[in-house]
Write a protein that binds this ligand. Structure first.
Ligand SMILES: [Zn+2]
Ligand SMILES: [Zn+2]
Length: 554
């Protein structure tokens, strides 16, 4: 049986329209998956909206809607964003689904049966003015560890340490600004210290974990893990199947990752497949993409949940990214700062333009910035001057020339053979960098192939050859070889810019099958006659004055 890959992207939170920084894990996982599919791998790509939590209750109340209705509307909005950006998820589920409720209860009961759940009376912050408990992000105060202000009730954004809400110094209700009171209540805890040994063994034994995915959880285990509260005083969410807890639900982070399994199950049920082949079969890899702030949850809490039963596969690969900032600052909806995905959809640039730019500045290894000036430069000087220019020039000349016929491979010059070898080398690097999670490097290798095409075209001047009837064969040869390079470049760029490259590939060979084209024979080859129907510029050059306006607007 061939190996399976289950790829997930961090679940978009139902209450936020993602900004371009939040969008990074979606883009990286999409490109990664598309490249695996070009290699003929068996991949299932899953995502879902994360719908539990206090904020959902508050937002629904503000809009005078039920949580169900509110989540349905927001889910559709986020799904439309994914569709617009060409994020090719096989299934986009919801954590409020029946299957997620069932699986969450199953995993909880397995943990409970084995003594991994403990009960404690804790002090909670309650706002008498708002008449609600204030967990998570609805209370703000000074971090007890690093002493920076602005720490939330569950985690400090500055030092990323977990916090129990009552530990916050000088807490304030974020809804009304008043000081909350402390109340005592019984809650459930995931007994993380009991997992320390197993987690350490798992993380140290996973050769794919490098950098933060390895160092951060190991450092935490070394410092000593603490039991983690997994229940909340809310009504919206997954009910806790335990006597005495009828009025509480699970903490959003307990049921959210289980949403990966539930979405897989919902997809499989609809397609006559078995989700266990992905989640319980040892011949399957679980692969998660996320921002670096999600690493603690995915390397400690999530594997601990899966350790509820030996049947679950633990994550094999975790690809986290650093942060994408906006013009050297943070994205912020409330301060009207930065570009959000719904803004992007209203501007005049197509999704391939955005995907290309974002892929070329991915925060891999270190933080990066979205900058309008750079957006213009990357599009004009790297995308248009390289791939788009090559494509436009060759298709224009081919259209004038007429039918191009395959050439005898024995007639390739030494220079052309060298180019073929260089393409081969770039493809091999492209695939290796993708598996390492260096998506930006894969893009660089794809662009190298396109540069080889530009150079070859420039040196061999087919626009002169086609004017001379006696050089018809030579013109055919040069055009054929140029198209061969263009096909290779287009296929390699397809995961980055699926819409435009697909049009070009179809023009070159309408029956070309991309689904496993990079599996064996590289560089790719062409066997049929080529007859170009049309030639038009692929992308619009961006003018300085457009950028000036956009800088003012966002
Ligand atoms: Zn802190
Ligand atoms: Zn309040």
């Amino acid at each position: 049986m061939t190996k399976k890959h289950l790829v997930t992207s961090a679940l978009p939170y139902i209450n936020n329209i993602p900004h371009l920084g939040n969008f990074i894990p979606l883009l990286r996982s999409d490109i990664y998956t598309r490249i695996l599919k070009l290699q003929g791998e068996n991949v299932l790509y899953i995502c879902a909206t994360d719908e539990s939590g206090t904020r959902t209750e508050i937002e629904a109340e503000k809009k005078q809607m039920t949580e169900e209705k509110y989540c349905k509307i927001m889910h559709k909005k986020i799904k439309d964003i994914l569709i617009w950006f060409n994020i090719g998820v096989d299934y986009f589920g919801r954590t409020s689904s029946k299957s997620n409720h069932e699986l969450t209860k199953e995993i909880f009961l397995d943990l409970h049966k084995q003594g991994y759940i403990c009960e404690k009376e804790i002090t909670l912050l309650y706002c008498p003015n708002c008449k609600r408990y204030l967990p998570d992000s609805y209370v703000e105060g000074i971090c007890p560890f690093c002493k920076k202000p602005g720490a939330k009730g569950d985690q400090c954004d500055n030092c990323s340490k977990f916090i129990n809400p009552e530990e916050l110094i000088d807490p304030k209700c974020k809804l009304c600004g008043q000081t909350p009171v402390i109340k005592k209540d019984k809650h459930l805890f995931l007994d993380l210290p009991k997992f320390s040994g197993k987690l350490k063994k798992y993380i140290e034994g996973n050769r794919n974990f490098r950098g933060i995915e390895k160092n951060l959880p190991l450092a935490w285990i070394k410092d000593g893990l603490e039991p983690r509260c997994i229940s909340r005083n809310l009504s919206w969410g997954v009910k806790i199947p335990l006597e005495g807890y009828e009025n509480k639900v699970f903490y959003v982070w307990f049921d959210a990752p289980i949403g990966y399994i539930a979405a897989t199950k919902d997809y499989c049920d609809k397609n006559n497949l078995d989700y266990k082949d992905y989640w319980q079969n040892k011949n399957s890899e679980i692969i998660h993409f996320m921002g670096k702030d999600n690493v603690p949850f995915h390397t400690i809490i999530w594997p601990a949940e899966l350790m509820s039963s030996k049947k679950w596969n633990l994550p094999s690969r975790i690809y986290s990214n650093e942060f994408l900032n906006y013009e050297k600052g943070k994205f912020s909806k409330s301060n009207n700062r930065g570009v959000f995905c719904d803004d992007v959809m209203k501007l005049s640039y197509n999704s391939d333009t955005w995907r290309f730019y974002l892929a070329s500045v991915l925060p891999e290894g270190k933080d990066s910035d979205f900058e309008w000036q750079e957006f213009m430069e990357k599009i004009n000087n790297e995308l248009i001057a390289n791939y788009a220019n090559f494509t436009y020039r060759i298709t224009s000349i081919a259209k004038r020339f007429g039918q191009i016929e395959p050439i005898d491979k024995g007639k390739l010059s030494k220079k052309e053979k060298d180019i073929s070898n260089k393409i081969k080398e770039n493809i091999s690097n492209y695939l290796n960098e993708n598996i390492k999670g260096n998506i930006k490097e894969s893009l660089r290798n794809a662009l190298n192939v396109s540069s080889l095409g530009n150079q070859y075209f420039q040196e061999n001047k087919p626009w002169e050859l086609i004017k001379d009837e006696s050089k018809k064969e030579e013109a055919n040869h040069v055009l054929w070889f140029s198209f061969l390079i263009l096909l290779n470049a287009s296929v390699l760029l397809y995961p980055f810019m699926p819409a435009k490259t697909k049009e070009i590939i179809e023009q070159i060979d309408s029956s070309f099958n991309m689904s496993n084209c990079l599996k064996e024979k590289i560089p790719l080859e062409l066997e049929k006659n080529i007859l170009l129907r049309e030639a038009k510029p692929l992308f619009k050059k961006i003018e300085e004055k457009e950028i000036e306006e956009l800088k003012k607007r966002f």
